[in-house]
Design a protein around this ligand. Structure first.
Ligand code: NBG
Length: 872
């Protein structure tokens, strides 16, 4: 052996890399008679060795003990709750893998049209309970675990949330995966495997939000994913793109990074169909950069490997704010993920052996917001540069494959990328974007032809916004590159059509722009989080829950029960026990005692000015001041209320963080006031998560969805509360409107100005301001008390209060009085307990429309054109 090696061979595999199919993509061969051939060895031996899903208690306990002994290398002597959770989770994972294997094999054989859901966020929460419920194995596991000396609830508590998302957009993606599998649709998700999910929120002694990283994978192996180290793609950044005479281009040089697949199994509810969520992790292509290695620059070599791994290290904690910092890394994430996903999708398509002209017959790609918009120029690049397809044909393929969902009309949340950055990072894509703009038969000329001489319109519609620097408008690119565009609730879709994409509607026609109202999965958001209510519903409807959970309109059959006093009693008792469960949670996690005889009033969502948590806390303070002024006799008539807040603010969002601070410090004063504390308490529950929502939602009497009209695209927590029989206090915004239509306006508490009034009110605030004292004295009094130091140094809150006193962009001064009025109506209505329970029952009964099954079937039928493929 020589000790001298040729550096050119370092990091290169001895054999050329082959894509070895280990788990999917394999189709059996047939013999001359058409009969399938057994692929290897003795069929009988294989079949005897194969197992199926364990659904009897003895086989379940055997499997758990087996994992304790082997996977964990432990014994009954040294097993704690965490170890028991891990062993039980591994046992369930085995079952999921069996179904997942059969599903992938079946889809490959059938080669149906598939849909791919590209989302930068999947807020999955915990998996264990959900998997058990969907497999129908919860009772068996509970019994098995108990026989092994553990308590199921304790094991469930061991799991960490997979928090790879900011809020509604990421949770919607998770609900849609559950519904796709449950409706047996061939849908895959594609996302990123962040090392750090959304930050953990801590509250400092001053009431300030602090952020701490969430190393959710640190606890060892994640049982819910399959590392697929054999599924890798190379992704290029930077370098140069040289146009060739034949219309193609040569993109070379720069940095190459490896994308490695991790598959997350997504079980459907009471079906074998188990879909896949493929998450990409970035790795350096080689351990280090050979060129630097040769030059002896070790430090630089290591740096480049660091920067490759950095791409998927952290989820951007942004919600409705255009990412202002670290832009380059965020754009790198977006390209890395779309490029790897498209390479994978194209490879799978090529396995079917059809010509590319049929690509749209086999593939639909859904863009979850603009984050994956680079899929449009990337697919063009693959088709033109790699598959040598002509421009016009390639554009046809792309625009028949891609679909775009818009999730916000807030101008500050619409993505734009500086042209110089794009040119630097993705030179070929920038060329393609310019080509989309200027090449004949496409955009620019077509607009000029349809609207001759209308230069303003061209500038408004352009993919490039003028300025220093110029910027690429991702929403415009997503719009013209897609077959269809939709918003997420009726009002929102209408606003998309009449505001941000108005010109495009005039150019391309109305039919391309439509609506799919969001939905939520009733599996997690009723059956899992509210098991007692789920059981009562099954008992009442006299069907197994697997029936109504997949056909949520069946809830309508509960309507007559509102008139049944015994049923109402059961309904109310469940609500009460859910309140006690929440109180217990608060007691054990925060050491605080909650009054469970009070009305529970909940607002939980990301902290943002447009969502107006500020309005809520100002309302709470107003209530407190009112209580203080009452006599003891008057107070006796008051309906006791506990107000819960939870939610995270983006780390750089100063005003939102001040709102948290105000809530926390107001709570400190109000909760200890002996005159009022039986009637009003306030809690800010830190570190909001999917799991916390699962405890809060079933306990609410009312929940607040009080965004300034026209700002909340849909909202989805509003649906979750109503499904669990909590009544809605809200503005005429987003999906609140459709919820009210479904459950009846007399079962919701609406207030506030309507969307058409907003623009004019803002104009008035700017040009004809009226002092708060004049416009809304009750509010002025509240603001004065805060400034005056009732909740600690008032100066701290001045920047927050000034957003209301001056400009008041979110219309707090305009809506405050009607908000207080709505809360008074809530108090009035609550006095009549029986009538209140009726409202609660009617609300749940009318929520069928808001199942994510309905939503996903709308996408499947009207957009993607895919059909269910049941796995036998
Ligand atoms: C959010 C909207 C919500 C909506 C979810 C899911 C973004 C950009 N948008 O109202 O604000 O419910 O998307 O559609 O996160």
């Amino acid at each position: 052996m020589t000790s001298v090696i040729d550096p050119k061979t370092i990091g290169k595999p001895a054999r050329p890399r082959r894509h070895v199919r280990t788990l999917t993509g394999y189709t059996p061969e047939t013999d001359d008679s058409g009969k399938e051939k057994w692929p290897r060895g003795e069929e009988k031996v294989w079949k005897e060795g194969s197992r199926s899903v364990n659904n009897e208690v003895p086989s379940i306990t055997k499997s758990i003990v087996n994992h304790v002994q082997t996977s964990l290398a432990r014994q009954a002597y040294n097993l704690d709750d965490l170890g028991a959770y891990q062993a039980a989770a591994l046992s369930v994972r085995d079952d999921l893998i069996l179904n997942w294997n059969d599903t992938q094999m079946h889809y490959t054989r059938k080669a149906p049209k598939r849909a791919y859901y590209l989302s930068l966020e999947f807020l999955m929460g915990r998996t264990f309970d959900n998997a058990l419920l969907n497999l129908g194995l919860k009772d068996q596991y509970r019994e098995g675990v108990s026989k092994l000396g553990f308590n199921m609830e304790d094991l469930l508590e061991q799991e960490r949330d997979a928090a790879l998302g900011n809020g509604g957009l990421g949770r919607l993606a998770a609900c849609y995966l559950d519904s796709s599998a449950s409706q047996e649709l061939p849908v895959w998700g594609y996302g990123l495997r962040y090392q750090y999910g959304i930050f953990q929120q801590l509250i400092s002694p001053e009431g300030q939000q602090l952020e701490q990283p969430d190393p959710w994978l640190a606890g060892g192996e994640n049982p819910w994913e399959l590392p697929r180290l054999d599924v890798t793609y190379e992704v290029r950044f930077y370098g140069t793109a040289e146009r060739l005479p034949d219309g193609r281009a040569l993109w070379q040089g720069g940095q190459e990074v490896l994308a490695v697949a991790y598959d997350v199994m997504v079980p459907g509810c009471y079906t074998k169909n188990t879909n896949n969520l493929r998450l990409w992790e970035s790795k350096p292509k080689r351990g280090f950069d050979l060129n630097s290695f040769n030059a002896g620059d070790y430090e630089h070599a290591v740096e480049s490997s660091n920067s490759a791994a950095a791409i998927t290290s952290v989820l951007y904690p942004n919600d409705h704010t255009y990412v202002r910092f670290g832009k380059e890394l965020r754009l790198k994430q977006q390209y890395f993920w779309t490029a790897a996903s498209l390479a994978d999708i194209v490879r799978r398509f090529k396995n079917i052996g059809k010509p590319f002209s049929q690509f749209p017959d086999y593939v639909a790609i859904q863009l979850n917001d603009t984050h994956p918009t680079l899929a449009i120029p990337e697919l063009m690049r693959i088709l033109i540069d790699e598959e040598e397809i002509a421009w016009g044909k390639a554009w046809d393929i792309v625009t028949n494959t891609v679909f775009y969902t818009n999730h916000t009309v807030l101008p500050e949340a619409l993505e734009k990328w500086p042209v110089p950055l794009m040119e630097h990072l993705l030179p070929r894509h920038m060329q393609i974007i310019y080509d989309i703009l200027f090449l004949t038969t496409t955009f620019h000329q077509a607009v000029e032809k349809k609207f001759p001489g209308d230069r303003d319109r061209l500038a408004r519609m352009s993919l490039i916004e003028e300025g220093f620097p110029k910027q690429v408008r991702m929403a415009h690119l997503a719009c013209i590159g897609s077959r269809k565009v939709n918003g997420v609730a009726e009002l929102h879709s209408e606003l998309v059509r009449t505001t941000i994409l108005k010109d495009f509607v005039e150019f391309e026609g109305l039919s391309k722009f439509s609506n799919v109202t969001n939905g939520i999965t009733p599996r997690r958001w009723l059956d899992q989080c509210n098991p007692e209510l789920s059981a009562l519903i099954s008992k009442t409807l006299k069907v197994d829950k697997s029936v109504w959970l997949k056909d949520l309109d069946r809830l309508k059959e509960l309507l007559p029960c509102a008139e049944d006093a015994a049923f109402r009693k059961e309904w109310a008792a469940i609500k009460q026990r859910n309140k006690e469960r929440l109180a217990h949670h608060v007691e054990t996690t925060l050491g605080l005692t909650v009054n469970t005889n009070a009305m529970f009033d909940v607002q939980i969502k990301r902290l943002h000015e447009y969502k107006r948590q500020t309005l809520n806390i100002l309302g709470v303070i107003h209530r407190y001041l009112t209580l203080k002024k009452m006599t003891a006799a008057e107070r006796k008539k008051v309906n006791p209320r506990v107000v819960f807040f939870a939610g995270k603010a983006a780390p750089g969002y100063y005003i939102a963080k001040l709102t948290i601070r105000l809530i926390v410090n107001a709570a400190r004063v109000i909760n200890v006031d002996p005159e009022t504390r039986d009637l009003l308490t306030v809690y800010f529950l830190p570190d909001y998560s999917v799991s916390l929502a699962e405890v809060l939602i079933p306990s609410s009497d009312i929940s607040q969805h009080i965004s300034t009209a026209g700002t909340e695209a849909s909202g989805t927590s509003n649906m979750k509360f109503c499904l669990n029989g909590g009544l809605l206090v809200g503005t005429v915004d987003g999906a609140n409107i459709e919820i009210a239509e479904a459950v009846g306006e007399n079962n919701v508490f609406f207030f506030g100005h309507l969307t058409p009034a907003v623009e004019d009110l803002r104009y008035q605030h700017m040009y004809h301001p009226v002092p708060v004292e004049e416009k809304c004295p009750a509010l002025a009094n509240v603001l004065d008390k805060i400034s005056g130091g009732l909740f600690g140094d008032g100066g701290v809150y001045e920047p927050l209060l000034n957003t209301i006193r001056q400009g008041d962009y979110y219309l707090i001064t305009d809506d405050f009085d009607s908000y207080i009025g709505a809360l008074e109506m809530v108090d009035q209505a609550y006095l009549d307990k029986e009538e209140w329970i009726k409202k609660s029952i009617r609300t749940t009964a009318n929520m069928g429309k808001f199942s994510s099954d309905r939503a996903i079937l709308e996408y499947a039928e009207s957009y993607w054109n895919i059909e269910p493929v049941k796995v036998p």
